[in-house]
Design a protein around this ligand. Sequence first.
Ligand code: TTP
Ligand code: MG
Length: 358
Amino acid sequence: MRKIIHIDMDAFYASIEERDHPAYRQVPLAVGHAGERGVVATANYEARRYGVHSAMSSKRALQLCPQLVFTPPRFDVYEEVSRQIGNIFHEYTDKIEPLSLDEAYLDVTENHLQMPSATLLAREIKERIRETTGLTASAGISYNKFLAKVASDYRKPDGLFVVTEEQAENFIATLKIEQFWGIGKQTARKMHEMGVFTGADLKQLSRETLIACFGKAGLGYYLNARGIDHREVTPIRIRKSVGAEHTFPTDLTDTSLLNEELETIAREVKERIDEQQFTGRTITLKIKFANFRQITRSRSENHFLTTAEKIHSLAYALLQEAHIAQVPIRLLGISISRTVDPIRSFDGQLKLDFADWD
Ligand code: TTP
Ligand code: MG
């Protein structure tokens, strides 16, 4: 039996803004732009009491809560926090599936600390997140992804909730149909028309009926209603990048020669960036030594890397940090990448990453 933890940060963007601007803690806050075409990315809990929520138009949000304060998103900061929590997860397991900047599944059936209790582990992860970022997360623990995700939402904020195999049947029976995996507004409406409002109602429907009405997804609903979900935690890391590399005719040790090479490579990277109209904030330097050992060094900037000079100087700084031992080098490469992982929409489709939203 597997042990799955789902971690989801509480009011993610808004909590970061409150952390960094204490005055925001006392007021209803929306992250986003006010104005005609503005949309609320998320709201703090104070604003949610007025009914303000993610994806609502700013105009509507102001109708519900006229004193609502807007603050523009700072994606670089959110990405940085996301990277911090990702690093914490990696201390426990490498089976991590991020769903967005603030949310991930962890399979801790086997974990680096060989801790048998997923609950204690989740508690520890929450504590580490708080220490490192000053923010709270909610955790759900169960034996599959579906239940772990519902559980993380169950005691938000700062929640921790476990669904054991024994509890699953009763727990699922009480769930609203909207809480089931893959059920959005449209499917929920169809379910309501069929008289299905809860997990208990769903369980009344036969496998055949569900497949006839909802196709392949119907089988998923049938299994979920019985606490079954075989989906694996699949680590994804599609990191789109653009780069160039050179293998030298003879191995190089001399710093000024290496620097000249870096300058040439940086110019090529810049050309490819322009060709592909690519934007990225993270630079990675690849070094392959004469003995074929290879290392990479990365750093992320707050701004998109758009000039050859900037790319060159950052790459050179990384080289100086990494090439201390003066070992001959046979290859250098530079790549520029996006810093965020792709997010999946509810139906499992890959969506644009968050960096594309601004
Ligand atoms: P969520 O985890 O859905 O929301 P949340 O973290 O703000 O609140 P909760 O406590 O309920 O988990 O999304 C994470 C972040 O993603 C959120 O802070 C802002 C961003 N986001 C958008 O920009 N647009 C959206 O429509 C949604 C749902 C989220
Ligand atoms: Mg969240």
